[in-house]
Design a protein around this ligand. Structure first.
Ligand SMILES: Nc1ncnc2c1ncn2[C@@H]1O[C@H](COP(=O)(O)OP(=O)(O)OP(=O)(O)O)[C@@H](O)[C@H]1O
Length: 298
């Protein structure tokens, strides 16, 4: 088995108003990766590329050791893909869907399916067209999870779920990766959720990679410093600092690659360092995207 679940290498996809620009990242087996980006960043496009729904214009997409598109049939058997726009047969019951999917996929786990049915508060006898939006999403997740796929590709799986249901789903996903042969690629606009469950995080913006690394590495590298400095004194460009905001004597510095030496450097410039704070993943995401846009002159 490949030790890497997903490899994107210089992947490009063009639409009339969008360009996925030489995107490269890797998802290691046994890990949960959060894909985070503003609307239209290209998250769903990435997911469609690696589930074989669309083909790259250039670059390499490898999933579970299979190069796409040549190996997409083998890869697809081992991928569970869920996205909000997927539809079930509205007139059929959920139980009918369970039987239908069980008949196709040899890895179907009927005991686990029954557990999920109870856990998600769903009923096999209920017709799909009568499910609420959140119940529909839980049904899609159930059908994907009970196949026990090696790779789950979940496009905003918690959108539309209430906070309790969201925690139930997150709990199930964390269970999935207890088996270290399984991996999850997960997109969400909820960075708290990403912070809670993901091992790796990839930030996208306008079809470009902003950053991709271990969640802990993001949290370790980024800091926000509050500094007091005489208003007449200027600050030079400082290593790792991506944003400076001044308001009177108070200066706030956002730092991408914080090194303790920065404190001594600021003191030598006459500044008093008042506070050094860790940043939430949401703050890191916003600062990272804005810094990248500035670097690109946008
Ligand atoms: N089939 C298509 N034809 C033309 N443009 C497309 C097509 N599919 C996607 N796009 C464009 O590609 C861009 C990226 O879309 P994508 O759905 O990947 O974004 P996303 O990051 O998932 O966004 P959101 O968070 O809003 O769901 C968008 O600007 C979208 O309009």
């Amino acid at each position: 088995m490949s030790s890497t679940a997903v490899v994107f290498h210089n992947v490009e996809k063009r639409y009339p108003f969008f360009h996925l620009d030489r995107l490269s990242f890797r998802l290691e087996t046994g890990q949960i990766m959060g894909l985070v980006g503003p609307n239209g960043a290209g998250k769903s496009t990435c997911m469609k590329l690696l589930t074989g729904l669309i083909e790259a214009d250039a670059g390499e997409v490898e999933v579970l050791g299979h190069r796409l598109p040549a190996g997409q049939v083998e890869a697809k058997w081992q991928i569970g893909h869920v996205s909000e726009d997927m539809r079930l047969f509205s007139g059929a019951t959920l139980g009918w869907h369970l039987d239908f999917v069980a008949a196709i996929y040899p890895g179907w786990d009927a005991i686990y399916a029954q557990h999920l049915l109870r856990h998600f508060g769903l009923r096999g006898e209920q017709r799909v067209k009568t499910l609420s939006r959140g119940e529909h999403m839980k049904a899609l997740l159930l059908l994907a999870l009970a196949r026990r796929p090696a790779l789950l590709v979940l496009d905003e799986p918690t959108a539309g779920l209430d906070p309790v249901a969201r925690q139930e789903v997150i709990g199930e996903l964390m269970e999935v990766v207890q088996d270290d042969r399984r991996s999850i690629l997960f997109s969400s606009h909820n960075t708290l959720e990403i912070e809670q469950i993901c091992d790796q995080v990839t930030f996208l913006d306008r079809g470009r990679l902003v950053d991709s690394r271990d969640k802990e590495a993001f949290i370790e590298r980024w800091r926000r410093l509050s500094v007091s400095l005489d208003e007449t004194r200027a600050l030079p460009d400082l290593p790792g600092v991506v944003e400076t905001q001044r308001s009177g004597r108070l200066v706030q510095l956002t730092c991408r690659d914080f090194q303790p030496e920065l404190t001594a450097r600021l003191q030598a410039l006459g500044a008093e360092v008042l506070e050094i704070q860790r940043m939430s993943l949401e703050e890191i995401f916003v600062a990272n995207v804005m810094a990248k846009r500035r670097e690109m002159g946008e």
